[in-house]
Design a protein around this ligand. Structure first.
Ligand SMILES: C[S@@+](CC[C@H](N)C(=O)[O-])C[C@H]1O[C@@H](n2cnc3c(N)ncnc32)[C@H](O)[C@@H]1O
Length: 405
């Protein structure tokens, strides 16, 4: 996992440096207005500095140990799964430690009212704690003896560690829809209201294989987590059950927009609650409320989310749910042969055609000539080839303009 995060960091740094170069090359065209120049210069400088700040913050990952070209990372899909990149939840850092209290207080208030019957927070585990604000607020305001904030994203964890200890961290914010020119990039100071009290621990861990003994906790909190996990919800509910002592509570909070590949796993509110009770929990207390979500003061873009909270008490052990699709041996053991799965074969052919097509672009051939070669290679029928090549190149061209490369 460390190697994967390191590769993602390297790809991120290369992407930021590349973006800075693209911004600077647009500046060189000489046709931009003074205001545009100011914006592009600010952004270019910020991207360079941002890359350095992230490299420094994530130095314990040992960036120097990995070296590969930007294109290699693209080919190896370092970015994927795209929903769990290093900076996917980057904006949460600013929501947690910069933008003020409205969102964080609304979250805590809904959790507290839903869990009002839960008197003993005891040892509390927050799974998928991100950069830690909710875990910090719970520790400071609900008086657990011990709070463990666990996540697997090192960027979020390092920020959580530094800020909760009382450090002030400077990191850039890039708002989605900046209000003014100066809002296109802002160097923000991340800080906690005060250093966290003793008993607060940050642990790098996979929530699906949480490294704690059975029944170690009185409370398990899962904020904005259950619907983004790759594991089936029933399997995860059984794992939460195992982490709790009898009588302990599972407090969930956030969205329920399951987007798994299997349609049967795109659970509704009702199916989700039914699975909670089937996993050894009593009837949960449920709260629902519309709260502001990711409302940067520098952005015109903001969301309202109707979030769900539940507090479910453990009544007994969960029945064992077999793990869907455990990681195959050849993925874990580096010396096992990689099987030619049907999907892999199709991908391999598609990639070869793609590489062939790209190799035909040599700065001299026209669409007509490229189409003729595809027909000669029997990759396409005569009448389809030319429109297909045009469509393909249009898409490539549009993509290149969108990504600014
Ligand atoms: C939608 S974010 C929510 C973060 C935080 N709870 C909040 O409300 O801001 C989901 C979080 O779960 C973490 N996460 C996702 N899958 C995980 C896993 N298998 N193990 C540990 N953390 C995970 C991500 O790194 C991210 O911090």
């Amino acid at each position: 996992m460390l190697a994967q995060w390191r590769a993602r960091l390297q790809f991120l740094v290369l992407s930021l440096e590349r973006e800075a170069r693209t911004l600077r090359s647009e500046l060189m065209t000489g046709t931009v207005s003074e205001l545009t120049r100011e914006r592009l210069e600010r952004l270019a400088a910020a991207h360079e500095d941002h890359a350095q700040r992230l490299t420094q913050l994530l130095a314990p990952l040992g960036l120097g140990a990995a070296a590969a070209a930007y294109e290699t990372h693209l080919a190896l899909r370092t970015r994927l799964p795209s929903d769990q990149g290093l900076t996917n939840y980057y904006v949460n850092l600013h929501r947690d430690w910069v933008w003020g209290d409205a969102e964080n207080e609304a979250s805590l208030a809904l959790i507290r009212s839903t869990a009002s019957g839960h008197a003993h927070w005891g040892s509390t585990l927050v799974l998928g704690a991100g950069s830690g604000r909710l875990a910090y607020d719970l520790h400071m305001q609900c008086a657990p003896q011990l709070t463990v904030a666990a996540d697997f994203n090192p960027l979020l964890l390092f920020v959580a560690r530094d800020v909760t200890r009382g450090a002030k961290l400077e990191l850039y914010e890039f708002p989605i829809a900046p209000r003014r020119l100066a809002d296109h990039v802002l160097l923000r100071t991340l800080a906690a209201p005060q250093p966290v009290r003793p008993g607060f621990h940050i642990v790098a861990a996979d929530a699906l294989r949480a490294p704690f003994t059975t029944a170690a906790f009185d409370t398990v909190v899962t904020p904005w987590l259950v619907d983004i996990l790759s594991e089936h919800f029933a399997q995860f509910a059984a794992q939460v059950n195992a982490l709790l002592r009898s009588g302990g509570c599972w407090i969930n909070f956030g969205s329920l927009s399951f987007a798994q590949g299997a349609r049967a796993q795109r659970l509704s509110f009702e199916e989700t609650l039914a699975i909670v009770t089937q996993a050894g929990f009593g009837e949960p207390a449920v709260g629902e409320q519309s709260i502001p979500y990711m409302c940067s003061p520098a952005s015109r873009h903001a969301r309202m989310e109707t979030v769900v909270a539940w507090c479910a008490q453990k009544e007994g052990a969960a029945a064992l749910v077999s793990r869907e699709g455990p990681t195959p041996e050849w993925l874990v053991m580096s010396d096992r042969p990689v099987p030619q799965l049907e999907d892999f074969k199709v991908q391999a052919i598609a990639t070869r055609i793609y590489a062939y097509l790209m190799a035909l672009i040599d700065g001299r051939r026209s669409i007509q000539e490229i189409a003729r070669m595809l027909v000669e290679q029997r990759l396409m029928a005569q009448e389809d080839a030319e429109p297909a090549v045009r469509r393909f190149l249009t898409r490539m061209y549009d993509d290149s303009r969108r990504s600014g490369s």
